[in-house]
Structures are given as C-alpha cells and as structure tokens.
Design a binder for this molecule. Structure first.
Ligand code: NI
Length: 479
C-alpha cells in the first residue's frame, strides 16, 4: 500500500522538480524516475459525493495462479454508466497484460490502483495507475477518466472549453512545454540529441489526438502521453500540466474549472437518512482559516457569542505567535482550536521533514497556550499528498462548502453562497481575516437556523454523524 502512495508522491515530486524548467508555471513530468514496485493503496473507503455518482467506493478484483498474479482496484459508484466505464478500463488492462505475458514462462504481475480528485464545479477526475511486470520488464500506464457529477457522464475536453481555437491553443502550449523539457536542465534533456526547439516541435508533432487523455488536478489541466509517444520508452508515461488559470480565456462559462463562478453542489440523489434526523435536526460546522486576526477574530468571537454558536478555527502558527491572547480567548469561549500549519505553505511541495516542521511548530505554539496539541489539521489549499498524510498522522479536515470569501469580499454574496450549498453534515470554509466574511456570519447563522440547522464544532459534527475519521485521511464532510 505504501508503495503506491510513494509512486504517486514520486509523480508529484517530479512535477515539482520540473516546475522551474518550462516557461510560466507549466510542467512536464517524466515518468522514468518513478519508483519501482507499487502495490495497491489503502482502501479509501466510501466517499459520499453529491450528484449522479452518489458515492465512490473501491472494487477489488484479484486473480492468482502459478504464472500470474493480478490485483485490480478501481472505483464504483451509484451510476451504472460510470461503473461500466471503469469495468471496461479494468478489463482492458487485464487483456493487455495477458497479451504481453502470453509467451512468458515466468510468474508475472499486474496491479492497478487509482486516485480520485474532486474538482470544483461538479467534476471528478480519476487517474488509474496500472503496472504490469512481465519477465522483469515493467510497463506503467496512467489512464485518466473525468466525469460530471451532475450527469454521471464522462467529460470530454471540449466540455471544458468554448470557441473553436482552444484545440490549437492547447496543441501549441503542450508542444512548447514538451520541447522545453528536452532543453537545458529539462527532465528529458538526456534525449535532446542536439535538436533545436523547432526541430523538437516538429518531431513531437502534437495533434488533437494527443489531447484526449487528460485529467484535472489542483488547478492544473494535465495531459498524459503513453510511454514511447513523446520520449523513449524507458521514460515511462509523460505528463504535461498546464495551469487552468492560464487557459481561462478559452474556458467555457458554465463548466468553468478554475472556480470563477462558484456553484453550489448539484442537487443530490437521495442518500440514506442518518439516524440523528429522528430528531428532525440538521447539523453543520462553521470553520475559519488563516487567523487569528488582531481585529477581525475578536469581532467574530463577539458575534458567535451573541448567537451562541461554537465554531472551529484552523490557525496559522505565524498568527498564533502574533495573537496568543486571541487564541486563548477562542479556546476559553468553547470553540475548537485546530492547526492550519505554520506558514501556509503548499505541503505537497515539501519533504516529509519540511511537512513535519510546519506541523510541529504550530503544535507547540498552540499547546503552549491551550495545554494540548490541536486535534485536527487543515492543510493549506486543502493539499495533502501521501507524504503529508503519513507525516501528519492526524485527521485532515477539508471542507464541503467553499463560498470563496477571499475572492468575493461581499458579505451578501458570501452568505448566499453558503446558504445555497448547505446540507446537513457539511463543513463550511471561511476566513476570519476579512471584515466582509465576519459581516456575513450573522446572516449565515440566521438564515441556516431558519432552515433548521444547528451549528457545531467539527469534532461534535463527526460525533453526531458517527463519522469516525482516521488519522492520515482527509475528511470533507461528516456523512
Ligand atoms: Ni488557508
């Protein structure tokens, strides 16, 4: 299990290594250095999603014999169409494996696992990672699939874009990034063979066909090239990642993937009603990040006290250092004090020791004030790769509602965004460093109370819904 996670972490590390080699922020990833030997990762259990898919659970299919060993893990949802696409993908890998090993006398293996990304605006990207080893020769394949949560149907690249020229733009951008990867210190520079930029572009000959294999990850649109397509086979698959923001002139309005227009989660298909609703009550958690702030947080505390609401604060170590008295006040008034790490770094870019330092420093600062370590951590940007999860070894709490208060800076709009997306068991992301957010809080509380919601801290929310979150996993909602 850990090996797969390292495999994925390896990919991320490569992305970062390559980050400086292209122009802008686009990246090229060379799969050659991917760590050998990945095995299936830990079950991600059942993740409740809104919309057509309902949930995603893991299906495992194994086959074992004297000449081969197969273990495939792939996602399953409520939607038959989705399930069919995944089953087909799994059986295709199986077929390719049996073809490869048909004349082999050795014991060969095939493993497949997946990563799932919940992208803004009701899209999920699934990345299947398959590795077959035949006569000690490994072949790694990355197979991305994207689905709309609204319809359950696969998402095509064209669904994300508007106009006719997006294809030409992408072909150009991807070609340029790849060509640069062969230059100077680029990850593929060993294969430049004296070719200049124009010659490389010509050799690569990127076409619209090359764009069909894509996924979305952390604000990036990533294109997967099978091994041997753009670089020698020993490089493995190559991924080119373009920041979504850099493509925004071409993105379709409705299916915008950069989070330009926040849309509430789509109408959910019915999910089983948990026991607690016997009482007719609904529970939700307000969380505040990036503080405490010298003036906004005390103002917020007054509002919460007046409304008799308990909330959860994900504090930055740097702010804890500057405002220890406010931390104490937050704690004394019955709110839950949690960690948002020390310096708001993207933890995915750090080594395990870097991650540990960001967490430990904040733990100590908070413990010195409230007497114990913070129970939960919210990683900055919600980013937590395998290294972060393992290093944190604590429950990581993300969110289910993001009103994008940092962007709108308008109390009415922030309140509208929260109220329209609210569901019981959800976790609301806000920032107690903006006056507009603090101004929105009384509206949020009054309007959701009118709809039957009660506000609780996240640990109480988990307790009520029987969530039982595990250390080293990310939780986004209580149900
Ligand atoms: Ni933050």
């Amino acid at each position: 299990m850990k090996q797969t996670l390292r495999f994925i972490a390896g990919l991320l590390a490569l992305l970062l290594l390559c980050a400086g080699c292209g122009s802008g922020d686009a990246k090229v990833l060379d799969g050659a250095a991917v760590e050998e030997g990945f095995a299936p990762m830990e079950a991600n259990g059942m993740e409740t999603l809104q919309g057509a898919l309902g949930y995603v659970a893991t299906l495992t299919s194994s086959e074992s014999g004297t000449t081969h060993e197969v273990r495939l893990r792939y996602p399953k949802s409520m939607d038959e169409h989705f399930n069919r696409v995944m089953r087909l993908a799994a059986s295709e890998e199986m077929k390719q494996f049996h073809l490869r090993r048909s004349s082999s006398k050795n014991k060969n293996t095939l493993t497949m696992d997946y990563e799932i990304k919940l992208v803004d605006e009701g899209i999920i990207s699934i990345l299947l990672l398959s590795k077959s080893v035949v006569d000690d020769a490994a072949k790694i394949r990355l197979i991305p699939h994207n689905f709309s949560l609204k319809t359950g149907y696969p998402l095509k690249l064209g669904d994300l874009f508007t106009g006719k020229d997006y294809e030409a733009v992408l072909i150009q951008r991807v070609g340029e990034e790849l060509a640069r990867a062969f230059d100077g210190n680029g990850p593929l520079s060993a294969y430049q063979n004296g070719r200049d930029h124009d010659r490389l572009l010509k050799d690569l000959a990127i076409t619209a066909n090359d764009l069909s294999s894509f996924y979305l990850d952390d604000g990036e649109l990533c294109f997967v090239f099978e091994e041997g397509r753009v670089a020698p086979k020993e490089c493995g698959p190559v991924v080119v990642a373009l920041p979504v923001d850099s493509l925004k002139d071409h993105l379709a309005e409705r299916e915008s993937i950069s989070g330009v227009e926040p849309t509430p989660f789509p109408t959910p298909t019915p999910v089983p009603t948990p026991d607690h609703t016997d009482t007719g009550r609904k529970y939700i958690a307000l969380t505040f990040d990036d503080g405490p702030h010298a003036t906004q947080t005390p103002r917020l505390l007054d509002i919460l006290e007046e409304k008799n609401v308990k909330a959860t604060f994900f504090m930055l170590g740097t702010c804890v250092e500057n405002n220890p008295d406010i931390v104490k006040q937050v704690y004394d008034e019955g709110h839950l004090v949690c960690s948002h790490t020390y310096g708001h770094k993207n933890l995915n870019t750090l080594s395990a020791s870097g991650v540990k330092s960001e967490i430990d420093k904040t733990d100590k600062l908070i413990k010195d004030i409230i007497g114990h370590k913070p129970k939960y951590i919210r990683p900055p940007y919600g980013n937590a790769n395998a290294t972060v999860k393992k290093t944190a070894n604590r429950v990581l709490v993300n969110w289910s509602i993001d009103p994008e208060d940092w962007k709108h800076r308008n109390a009415q709009k922030i309140a509208d965004n929260v109220v329209s997306a609210a569901k019981d068991g959800y976790i609301i992301l806000c920032h107690d460093i903006y006056s507009e957010t603090v101004n929105a809080v009384p509206m949020i509380i009054d309007r959701l109370r009118a709809k039957g919601y009660e506000f609780v801290t996240v640990d109480r929310l988990f307790e009520i819904y029987g969530t039982n979150p595990q250390a080293g996993t990310i939780v986004r909602m209580a149900k």
